[in-house]
Design a protein around this ligand. Structure first.
Ligand SMILES: [Zn+2]
Length: 284
């Protein structure tokens, strides 16, 4: 996903405030409790069958780097993660083959910063949990759409990657686009608009035009987080509607639980999503 526009070192401000002696009792109440955080993430790991890690040290390999971040950022994000995972059928989460979900600070992949990153070949997802946006609703959408977007990259890999030929292909999806359309990664034109302002028929957001995998991940994430917006946009967009139908049909065939009832239930319950807590988070 592309880099967000807002980053605040919110956690550092909290630590500075708590060093004030007049707030000592409060500081004790809210002191970082890494062990309890670990117990919380371990419970999620056991439930879903993949490791949920909170980065404590900087990490770098040939392609990817990340930094650790503050306890406050982790503690405010884990409830969002817990609620988001709870929206998907457990068997679907397990089937996608995710091995490890890393919550961390700044993420770089080949020197480019990303707020979220999926590495399907390594069965990994990284999420930068620092971002705080002043608009709570935007924050709610941003946090969850990143999670569901990155998760869908693993699902898509499971569906469309051939480990023998080591090739990714989805000719059926490509065939839904206009014959002369090319994704940016294949030499197509870069969009000038951003997000849902994408005016090109067939594409939900501008980032959908980046690559075939991004097209699908964006649609899946928005279908979960704001199905009303997808519904409105596909109403007069034949290509987009075909893509939404195709994505749902593919999931329904492959994963029990990702059926019509799942989407109906989500339609009824997406309003209940809440932004991550702001202010000093409570010890879990
Ligand atoms: Zn992506």
């Amino acid at each position: 996903m592309k880099t967000p526009t807002v980053f605040l070192s919110f956690g550092l401000l909290i630590v500075a405030n708590l060093s004030d002696g007049s707030r000592l009792a409060k500081a004790d109440d809210d002191a970082p409790n890494w062990q309890r955080l670990s117990e919380w993430t371990r419970a999620l790991s056991e439930k879903y069958g993949f490791e949920v890690a909170t980065a404590r040290e900087p990490y770098a390999d040939k392609a990817t780097k990340y930094q650790p971040t503050t306890w406050e950022s982790y503690v405010s994000f884990v409830p969002v993660l817990e609620e988001s995972l709870g929206r998907l059928p457990v068997d679907f989460l397990k089937a996608a083959g995710l091995r490890k979900l890393v919550l961390c600070g700044e993420i770089e992949h080949y020197q480019i910063k990303y707020p979220g990153l999926a590495e399907p070949l390594n069965s990994l997802i990284y999420i930068d949990v620092r971002a705080l946006i002043s608009d709570k609703i935007q924050q709610m959408i941003y946090d969850r759409s990143r999670l569901f977007h990155e998760f869908y990259h693993l699902v898509d890999h499971d569906l469309c990657y051939n480990p023998v030929s080591r090739a990714y292909s989805d000719y059926a999806w490509q065939g839904l686009n206009a014959a002369d359309f090319r994704y940016v990664i294949d030499g197509g034109e870069r969009p000038v608009n951003s997000g849902l302002k994408e005016p090109m028929p067939g594409f939900l957001t501008s980032y959908c035009r980046q690559a075939i995998g991004e097209d699908k991940s964006e649609i899946f994430a928005w279908l979960i987080v704001r199905p009303d917006l997808v519904e409105a946009k596909q109403a007069d967009d034949r290509i987009l509607k075909a893509k939404v139908d195709s994505l749902k049909e593919t999931l329904k065939k492959k994963y029990p639980g990702m059926d019509d009832k799942f989407w109906l239930d989500n339609q009824k319950s997406y309003h209940n999503m809440r932004p991550r807590p702001q202010g000093v988070p409570k010890t879990p």
